[in-house]
Ligand binder design. Structure first.
Ligand SMILES: [Fe+2]
Ligand SMILES: [Fe+2]
Length: 169
């Protein structure tokens, strides 16, 4: 059985992961409006992964005989100044999520909840990847500057991203 404090915090994290999905989908919509379909595809895939993260918490709570309680999701940011700003905000967001995951882990340690600690380790590793992915694109976009040909090529490259379930063809 899941302790109340960890259960509450995980329910809060379900909301945070769904907010992430919503924010990335909003970034995808902005990229579509800027005629950057590859950037949009990258963000759409990211959004799907965030929904999967939310569902991992959902299923874990159920597996531990806890009660899933869904909370309201805030409105995402809809306007951005540039593709660089989109990815800078994505990186900032992921850093915040990393802090949330670390806090959750610290709570599981305080509560002597070993099963939750093991479960959360996947998220600790995932956040390293999340920050790296967004950070790499930020670095590339800074290098590109206002060279539109390079932006076009990056858009093509980012458009290759798919989730595991989606075929690449
Ligand atoms: Fe996530
Ligand atoms: Fe994320």
């Amino acid at each position: 059985m899941l302790g109340k404090a960890v259960e509450d915090a995980m329910n809060e994290q379900i909301k945070n992961e769904f907010f992430s999905a919503y924010q990335y989908l909003s970034m995808a919509a902005y990229c579509e409006s800027e005629n950057l379909p590859g950037f949009a595809q990258w963000m759409r895939t990211q959004s799907q992964e965030e929904t999967e993260h939310a569902m991992k918490f959902y299923d874990f709570i159920l597996d531990r005989n806890g009660r899933v309680v869904l909370h309201g999701i805030e409105e995402p940011v809809v306007e951005f100044g540039s593709p660089l700003e989109v990815f800078e905000r994505a990186l900032e967001h992921e850093k915040k999520v990393t802090a949330m995951i670390n806090e959750l882990y610290a709570l599981a340690v305080r509560e002597n909840d070993y099963a939750s600690q093991t479960f959360l380790q996947w998220f600790v590793t995932e956040q390293v990847e999340e920050e790296k992915n967004a950070g790499d694109v930020v670095d590339t976009l800074k290098m590109i500057g206002d060279k539109s040909e390079a932006l076009f090529l990056l858009d093509r490259e980012l458009g290759q991203r798919r989730t595991e379930e989606q075929p690449t063809a």
